[in-house]
Ligand binder design. Structure first.
Ligand code: ZN
Ligand code: ZN
Length: 165
């Protein structure tokens, strides 16, 4: 019997992007991004401050033209993680919680991303125009189920911790 709750591959990797976004440090926006090729996760990112720099959560946002510029966006942080580890993302799919801004779209296109899977819009940007004009396939899905179905009673060999002890 099939499990109707089983996510598709696209939903699965989008949920990983949602999980990455939990690490975001800017209260104005939480985004996550995962690069995947042949069902293999190449890099992950979320919007956050530069290494060693303070977080928006702690010192407030740094707003210029109504955008917080303190953080690198999720896509850029995934790109820099790939660069730091010498991972080629050419031909990969980018799973992103929110549609890119124009700058991130251009960076992903130049890095060779060929497909973008996303569930939420961002501000008005030229991202869709740049992606489409570069032959990048855009797939918009409904937001995947936000529950993680880790049914410890039914499927897991792990045992519940008895907190009474
Ligand atoms: Zn911020
Ligand atoms: Zn961006």
């Amino acid at each position: 019997m099939g499990n109707s709750n089983r996510p598709t591959w696209d939903e699965y990797f989008l949920k990983l992007a949602m999980l990455a976004s939990e690490r975001s440090t800017c209260p104005r926006m939480h985004c996550g991004c995962v690069f995947v090729k042949d069902r293999f996760v190449l890099a992950t990112g979320y919007n956050g401050s530069l290494p060693g720099h303070p977080h928006c959560e702690d010192v407030g946002c740094l707003v210029v033209d109504n955008h917080c510029v303190r953080t690198n966006h999720a896509e850029i942080n995934a790109l820099t993680q790939a660069a730091n580890h010498g991972v080629n993302i050419k031909g990969a799919t980018a799973y992103i919680t929110n549609m890119s801004c124009t700058t991130c779209a251009k960076a992903l296109i130049a890095a060779g991303i060929i497909r973008v899977v996303v569930f939420s819009d961002f501000h008005d940007t030229l991202a869709t125009q740049f992606y489409t004009g570069s032959g990048v396939e855009i797939v918009k899905l409904d937001m995947p189920d936000r529950m993680i179905k880790y049914d410890i009673e039914k499927y897991s060999s792990a045992k519940k911790t008895d907190k009474s002890k």
